[in-house]
Design a protein around this ligand. Structure first.
Ligand code: HEC
Ligand code: HEC
Ligand code: HEC
Ligand code: HEC
Length: 451
């Protein structure tokens, strides 16, 4: 036990320096007793009606549980397994009731083994505090003691959610999938009716936010701005996606690769024998694939490149070539796609460490945003998934620039109408409008050029 705890502390220490996030033990597999939300929500603890705490807000439970808000999504995660949609999905898959199926609980609850469920633990609480903050077995009664440091809590098993790399591993384990038991959504689960999932670390963090990055926060913890959180999130999403794809148990399905890794609309398109029919395929400089080829979902790869060009320009060529080789070997007979996948995953891993160390100041943020905007004018976003990420990224960067007081809110307000238009163009995956997206982004660009 002691050794394992020491190990956790050691890993956490490495994480806070942004290194070796791959070795991370997420709370799902931390081996600790999870005491349950009822151990956190005492009225003098985390369930004050308003944020009156001196160090932390202390209204975290109220925000987590807010039924009227998206911040309450995790408290509803188990309950959705009881709704009609989940019943249909479970019936189509033939897995029994969804709220009892491991295939669903692994992401829709704090699904640790029975032996690790404390007295007050209740699975129906969904994605509870410890699903993210780690089993409280060894820190529940000590973490608020005067003089306690954050590092001591982490050594006791508190998960380092403030570290962008650790946070990315945590959120992506459910919002992309992992190789841990049942934490993976296959195309079959999608085919049974599960919604498509998409994720961006910084945006999703703010959508469930229950903390303030104020002065004492920055004293206690390493602070990262939104652009860094975004960049680390992109690198780790790419790395994890490729590792899952390379995993023989998850990456293949009969004669086919696991389809969930590919761009949904590469296959889900309509066609016709009408003489006037024109295919929707367009050449894309990032892939160099012809028509009629399923396209690997490269949205994270495209985003990462926009950042690499700015904060790690010496890696740009390597990333671009590895990406092209990957696409080619995945779709061509005789290509060694396993080697190309491994190579690209290794580059992504290296880049996540680079992104964790990089500076994201005003000029870097504006340049990365400029790359994303320029990409839209060069037919990079032919597919929906990358377009969606591009629009989210622009929103994330504007928000980070405003938060860091590197852009005035009037400037951001002026860009908003164009960005809103871009959001509308990516609102519905089945009606993705490339031309409209491009026009909207062109308007964003002309606003940015006035800076
Ligand atoms: C790999 C993790 C994972 C697994 C496994 C998983 N889900 Fe989900 N599910 C999610 C995430 C993440 C979302 C939220 C997607 C979003 O909004 O971005 C979600 C959303 C949903 C929704 C929509 C909820 C809403 O508020 O509209 C339903 C219904 C659902 N899941 C049912 C199921 C069922 C039934 C199973 C088992 C067959 C299952 N899920 C397995 C991660 C998972
Ligand atoms: C989906 C994951 C997730 C869940 C569930 C979750 N948190 Fe958090 N929590 C975070 C993240 C991410 C942060 C912000 C990063 C950080 O500073 O650790 C955070 C921050 C906090 C902080 C502020 C820390 C500080 O130093 O200011 C507290 C306190 C906290 N959470 C308590 C709770 C409690 C109590 C619950 C359950 C009612 C809960 N959290 C549920 C992810 C989560
Ligand atoms: C144990 C699995 C799990 C983990 C870990 C997790 N989530 Fe979730 N998350 C879910 C599920 C399942 C849903 C969908 C719940 C629902 O629809 O009510 C969800 C929903 C959300 C939503 C609402 C999305 C929407 O479209 O309504 C946000 C935002 C979110 N998660 C952010 C995060 C962030 C940020 C982290 C990491 C700090 C994280 N999640 C970690 C499982 C998880
Ligand atoms: C390589 C091709 C391919 C890709 C990529 C692909 N699908 Fe599919 N999809 C199929 C096929 C084939 C079927 C089965 C059609 C049938 O049952 O007639 C299917 C069925 C489905 C269905 C059930 C449709 C129905 O009416 O029964 C859904 C939902 C679905 N896919 C969603 C997705 C999502 C979401 C993605 C992206 C994450 C995706 N698919 C990616 C080929 C693909």
């Amino acid at each position: 036990m002691k050794l394992r705890i020491l190990m956790l502390g050691f890993l956490a220490a490495m994480l806070s320096s942004g290194v070796n996030a791959q070795e991370i033990t997420t709370p799902y597999v931390d081996g600790l007793v999870h005491e349950g939300v009822f151990s956190c929500n005492g009225s003098t603890c985390h369930s004050r009606p308003s944020p009156t705490g001196t160090t932390v807000r202390q209204d975290e439970f109220v925000i987590w549980q807010d039924q009227s808000s998206i911040t309450g999504a995790h408290s509803r995660a188990y309950k959705v397994l009881l709704n009609q949609k989940s019943r249909t999905i479970a019936r189509n898959l033939g897995i029994g009731p969804a709220h009892e199926a491991e295939e669903c609980l692994a992401c829709h609850a704090d699904f640790v083994p029975e032996a690790q469920r404390g007295e007050r633990f209740d699975i129906t609480e969904g994605v509870g505090c410890e699903a993210c903050h780690g089993g409280a077995e060894n820190w529940l009664t000590s973490h608020y003691a005067p003089g306690r440091t954050h590092a001591q809590n982490i050594a006791d098993g508190l998960y380092p959610t403030e570290d962008p790399a650790a946070r990315a591993q945590l959120c992506l384990s459910c919002h992309l999938g992992s190789d841990k038991p049942n934490q993976f959504i296959t195309h079959r689960i999608m085919g049974a009716g599960h919604p498509r999932i998409s994720f961006e670390l910084d945006l999703f963090t703010s959508l469930q936010e229950h903390h303030d990055e104020d002065a004492d926060y920055r004293e206690r913890k390493a602070y990262s701005n939104g652009a860094k959180v975004w960049a680390v999130g992109q690198a780790i999403a790419l790395e994890n996606q490729l590792k899952l794809f390379a995993d023989p148990d998850l990456g293949r399905n009969g004669a086919f690769p696991e389809l969930v890794f590919f761009d949904c609309h590469a296959c889900h398109v309509t066609f016709s024998n009408d003489p006037d029919y024109r295919p929707t395929w367009r050449p894309n400089p990032n892939r160099q694939l012809g028509p009629g080829v399923p396209v690997f979902n490269d949205s994270n790869m495209i985003m990462l490149r926009a950042a690499v060009k700015v904060v790690a320009p010496d890696m740009d060529r390597e990333l671009r070539q590895a990406g092209l080789r990957f696409h080619r070997t995945v779709s061509e007979t005789g290509g060694n796609y396993a080697a190309a996948t491994e190579n690209l995953a290794a580059i992504a891993a290296k880049l996540s460490a680079t992104m964790s160390q990089a500076e994201f100041g005003r000029s870097e943020m504006l340049e990365i945003m400029d790359n994303i905007v320029n990409d839209s004018l060069s037919s990079t976003y032919t597919e929906y998934a990358a377009a969606e990420q591009a629009v989210i990224a622009i929103g994330t960067f504007l928000d980070a620039l405003e938060t860091e007081q590197m852009l005035g809110s009037e400037v951001v307000d002026n860009i908003m109408p164009a960005l809103d238009d871009a959001y509308e163009a990516v609102d519905d995956p089945n009606r993705y409008d490339f031309a409209r997206m491009r026009n909207a982004i062109r308007r964003v660009q002309s606003q940015l050029q006035q800076l």
